[in-house]
Design a protein around this ligand. Structure first.
Ligand code: SF4
Ligand code: SF4
Length: 373
């Protein structure tokens, strides 16, 4: 019983012995729901009880596990890297057939329609209307699902921006599908593996060698999770901000200081999991007169509330977290807050609207594009 979890036995005992609680400082479910079990330390105790006593998972345990953004703030504070354990917990819950219904629906939509919303294929390509798209090159644009379906304008802008960096970038509509990250978050590894392998086969058939994506979740999935499931995985994967930064540093694009004050919200997957911290900051400094850091930033940034599929499981907690982060953003008094993640953009928009913030939220790709000389 609990084969996934038992691998972490030593870490669980280390945590339970030290009981230090450093992980709790920036854990939003713990702050907002108020109970120990919703913190990293609490989930570690629950995991230990499961493997020690072999008790069955029940709805209380499911609730504890899925009220977690998998944001990794606890990883930043704790050498045990707790999110690996919380991902294993989701796998155990899936094996027990207890994955919450709304998350199963997300996974089923991805399998049947290639996106989490069950939207049409045609809608996925609407951002390509009115622009020239190349379909033949070894480097492809992989916009993910959230950008093209819900932020078509930004999707188009970022593609145009990448094209201006000198990369021979193409977009192949027929093979553009979800990366499967939301399925991974449900704990259904069988479905996730099938999606990953199908995507990889498609890319290999087209001779793809490099992928550029503007979505931090896709970036982490394609660069770090796929190699765990695909033998000899040989695709190079970059977040768009890396390519844009590279082009700026090498003089392929020039930028002007078009904005006064900008603050930046670090997307968890981009910053903490993929360690892309300096590049967006250098670009913001190039386009603004003043860059203001948030109190919790970089490796220690707080989640916006968009992670872990909490939006599907507990929309109220998702909203509360977004309001919490919006207040932190508003408190620094910047003219603009920016980020380079479609999920953070969507989530922060809700919180900023609720608090009637003066700070304007604008995608970093948009800001850079409009600052090009
Ligand atoms: S998860 Fe890490 S930081 Fe949190 S109580 Fe356990 S050992 Fe301490
Ligand atoms: S991943 Fe984030 S939400 Fe989950 S326990 Fe760690 S800090 Fe809390």
């Amino acid at each position: 019983m609990y084969e996934e979890l038992i691998k972490y036995r030593d870490k669980l005992y280390t945590c339970n012995r030290s009981h230090c609680g450093f992980c709790q400082e920036g854990c939003l479910p713990y702050k907002l729901l108020g109970y120990e079990q919703y913190s990293s330390r609490g989930r570690m105790i629950v995991s230990r009880v499961l493997i020690e006593r072999n008790i069955k998972i029940d709805e209380n345990i499911v609730d504890i596990v899925f009220n977690c953004f998998l944001c990794g703030f606890c990883n930043a504070k704790c050498a045990l890297y707790p999110t690996d354990i919380f991902t294993a917990l989701r796998r155990e819950i899936n094996k027990a057939g207890l994955t919450p219904r709304p998350l199963i629906e997300v996974a089923n939509n991805i399998v049947s329609s290639g996106n989490p919303y069950a939207f049409s294929r045609e809608d996925r390509y609407k951002w390509t209307k009115d622009i020239q798209i190349t379909t033949k090159s070894q480097s492809i644009y992989f916009p993910g699902c959230v950008y093209p379906y819900l932020q078509a304008k930004q999707t188009k802008t970022i593609y145009s921006l990448l094209a201006k960096t000198g990369i021979e970038i193409s977009y192949i509509p027929e093979i553009d599908n979800c990366c499967g990250y939301p399925v991974y978050l449900t704990g259904d590894m069988e479905k996730f593996e099938a999606i990953a392998k199908k995507n990889y086969e498609n890319w290999k058939r087209q001779g793809i060698k490099k992928i550029y994506t503007p979505c931090p979740g896709c970036y982490k999935t394609l660069a770090e999770i796929y190699p765990e499931f695909i033998e000899n995985y040989d695709i190079e994967v970059y977040h768009a901000v890396l390519a844009i930064h590279d082009a700026y540093e090498n003089g392929k694009i020039s930028l002007q200081k078009k904005y006064q004050t900008i603050t930046y919200h670090d997307p968890c997957d981009l910053t903490r999991f993929m360690r892309v911290i300096e590049e967006p900051r250098k670009l913001i400094e190039a386009i603004s007169n003043e860059f203001i850091e948030l109190d919790y930033h970089g490796y220690f940034a707080k989640c916006c509330g968009g992670g872990g599929l909490v939006v599907a499981y507990n929309p109220q907690l998702h909203l509360q977290a977004s309001i919490h982060r919006a207040k932190e953003i508003e408190s620094v008094g910047a003219e603009i807050v920016t980020t380079f993640c479609p999920t953070c953009l969507r989530t922060l928009r809700k919180g900023l609207k609720r608090i009637k913030a003066k700070t304007k939220l604008i995608d970093l790709g948009q800001l850079i594009f409009s600052s090009m000389q």
